[in-house]
Structures are given as structure tokens and as C-alpha cells.
Design a protein around this ligand. Structure first.
Ligand code: ADP
Length: 317
């Protein structure tokens, strides 16, 4: 659905995007992750035909952004970081205006406006002035305008930035509910955003692509180790348990997290490429202790991100 090959974008002396390539398949939700200034907005502006690439090729649904921008725009809904809203317009009036602007047939506009207002949970404020809405509502009106013409692709720039925690959850749920019908790229500098909403992640740093993979693969590939949380009910002497766990083949590190009422919680890190979960369970049970919990934790995306961008940071320092 989205093909980016060797894309670069230069603003005067700044090379904001430096030869990046990636593709996004139909129906995927992709997180575009990178620190501020990494080049996320610039890439999104090229994808949505707001800026021409300096070099490289970008196509959406088979249409080139330079050669057939009208075809590309028909297929794209864009929510910029600050949505293009008119504070003096009422929500319904604004969505009707955008619908006409996007070339919907006049007869279809009222029905479509009602549909998207319902979908984006702004139907109850259709008669309100946009300028009087809370930030969460404004963001949802922004999403409603982005999906009005039912585009194949949605490009969302920092869709939850500046929202309070409740609004963040509501917006995330809305984005997830749109996923089945649309291919989505959302940019963020917040790691948890990706873990919540996306099945694939593209990481850029200083204009360069540093990784692209599924969220699960990325965490596993980079760490190659597994962390398991266990809770064991056993002897008073925690060291006895620790020693037993350390002897299990494939275990590299045992960290005591909590200990009370003879319930002991540990995090156990495996050696590279090892998965000692079954061995751990056997060792605990064979010692006559209760195994209350055994839960794989995986590496956090935060660790991965820091690893990937560490070399860039060191160079900058
Ligand atoms: P992000 O969205 O990841 O924060 P941007 O794409 O906004 O990153 O910016 C990437 C780089 O390009 C930054 O160094 C930024 O200062 C620069 N930049 C962005 N827009 C412009 C512009 N209009 N003119 C000059 N430099 C720009």
C-alpha cells in the first residue's frame, strides 16, 4: 500500500530525511518512532504530497506522489500534529465544508458527516463551536475530517500529543477501531504508544532509518534474552531459592524484586538465545515449593529504542 524507496528531503542546509526505504502492507498499523527532530513530520508531509521529496520514490496504492498527487490525496487521510480546524465554525458545519472540499457528492455529505461524527464520538458536539471544544474533542474532530472521504491510508502525526490520560485512552481506542478498514501510519516519540496501538514499528533517528520490524521481533531480536517473572512460596531463606534458580541451565541472572510472608518475587534473565521457563518450573516444583506465577516479560521497547539510538547519541555528545 505504501512504498518508500531511497527517500531524502533537504531543507536548505538541513538533511531532514536521509535515504530511507520502507513499505507498509494493506491493513497494517505502523508506528513511526523517533526522537524530536528525527524527520517524522517531514516524511509524513512527503507521503501526503505537502512537500516534494528531494530524491527517492514514494507511492501510495501504486500512485507516485510527484506524478499523480491527486490520486494519492484521494487515498490519504492526514491528521497533522495541529489539526487544520476553524475555531469559528461549528463541528457539523466544518465537517460538511471539508466533505465538499474533498469532493464528496453534495447529496452524500450529510449522511457521511453523521457517520464519521458517530464513529469519532463527536456527534454530541455537532452544534458547538470548534473553538469551545476540549483538546480531546478537537483531536477527534481532526480524525473525523481525516476519515471523511473513507481513505485507504491514514497518516496521523503525534495523534495523542497534548491529551490527558483519559483522552489518550479514548483516542487510542478510536485508532485501533479504524485499523481494520484503513492502513495506518502514526508517528510518535512515545514508546508506549507503539506497544499499545501498532503491529509494526519503523524507527528513525537523525533522518536515518535505524530499524523496521514487528514490535515482538524487534524486542526479541535485539535482546535475544528472555526475562521471566516468578513468584515462589518457599523457605524463609531467600538465598536458598536464589541459588537454586541460578543453577538452572540457561539462567544468567536472578533479581529479587519482592519478599513478604514467604512469597518471593524474582525476575530471571536468560542467557542469549535460551528459554529456561520449563526448567525453572521443574526446579521450583521439585524443591517442594509453590510456584504461584511464571510469566514471560520480554524486553521493553524502551530498552530496544535506547540501544538503537545510543550510537547516534554518543556521536552527538
Ligand atoms: P520530527 O517530526 O521527527 O520531530 P521533523 O521532520 O519535524 O522531525 O524535523 C526534522 C529536521 O528538519 C529537524 O532538524 C528540523 O529542525 C528540520 N526542519 C523541519 N522543518 C523544517 C523547515 N520547514 N525548514 C528547515 N528545517 C526544517
Amino acid at each position: 500500500m505504501i512504498q518508500v524507496e531511497g527517500l531524502s528531503k533537504r531543507y536548505a542546509r538541513t538533511l531532514a530525511v536521509d535515504n530511507i526505504s520502507f513499505s507498509v502492507a494493506k491493513g497494517e498499523i505502523v508506528g513511526f518512532l523517533g526522537p524530536n527532530g528525527a524527520g517524522k513530520t517531514t516524511t509524513m508531509r512527503v507521503l501526503t504530497c505537502f512537500l516534494p521529496p528531494t530524491s527517492g520514490k514514494v507511492s501510495i496504492g501504486g500512485f507516485d506522489v510527484l506524478e499523480q498527487p491527486m490520486e494519492v490525496k484521494k487515498r490519504i487521510g492526514y491528521l497533522p500534529e495541529s489539526p487544520p480546524l476553524y475555531p469559528d465554525m461549528e463541528v457539523g458545519e466544518y465537517l460538511t465544508f471539508v466533505g465538499k472540499l474533498k469532493g464528496l457528492a453534495s447529496a452524500d455529505v450529510p449522511k457521511r458527516v453523521d457517520e464519521v461524527a458517530e464513529r469519532c464520538a463527536v456527534a454530541d458536539v455537532k452544534g458547538k463551536l470548534i473553538g469551545k471544544l476540549s483538546k480531546g474533542y478537537r483531536q477527534r474532530v481532526g480524525l473525523a475530517q481525516a476519515i471523511l472521504h473513507n481513505p485507504d491510508v491514514l497518516i496521523l502525526d503525534e495523534p495523542t500529543s497534548g491529551l490527558d490520560p483519559k483522552q489518550i485512552i479514548e483516542t487510542r481506542e478510536l485508532i485501533s477501531s479504524l485499523a481494520g478498514d484503513h492502513t495506518i501510519i502514526l508517528s510518535t516519540h512515545i514508546l508506549s504508544e507503539i506497544e499499545h496501538s501498532c503491529n509494526k514499528v519503523i524507527i528513525i533517528s537523525k533522518g536515518k532509518l535505524v530499524a523496521t520490524d514487528s514490535v515482538a521481533n524487534l524486542t526479541n531480536r535485539l535482546r535475544g534474552t528472555e526475562i521471566v517473572a516468578v513468584e515462589i512460596e518457599g523457605p524463609q531463606d531467600v538465598n536458598e531459592i536464589r541459588q537454586k534458580l541460578e543453577q538452572v541451565p540457561g539462567v544468567s541472572r536472578v533479581v529479587l524484586k519482592d519478599s513478604r510472608d514467604s512469597r518471593n518475587s524474582f525476575e530471571i534473565e536468560s542467557l542469549q538465545g535460551e528459554s529456561p521457563r520449563a526448567e525453572l518450573a521443574r526446579a521450583i516444583v521439585n524443591s517442594g515449593w509453590n510456584l504461584n506465577e511464571l510469566r514471560p516479560m520480554g524486553a521493553s521497547l524502551e530498552d530496544v529504542f535506547l540501544q538503537l539510538t545510543a550510537s547516534e547519541k554518543k556521536q552527538a555528545a
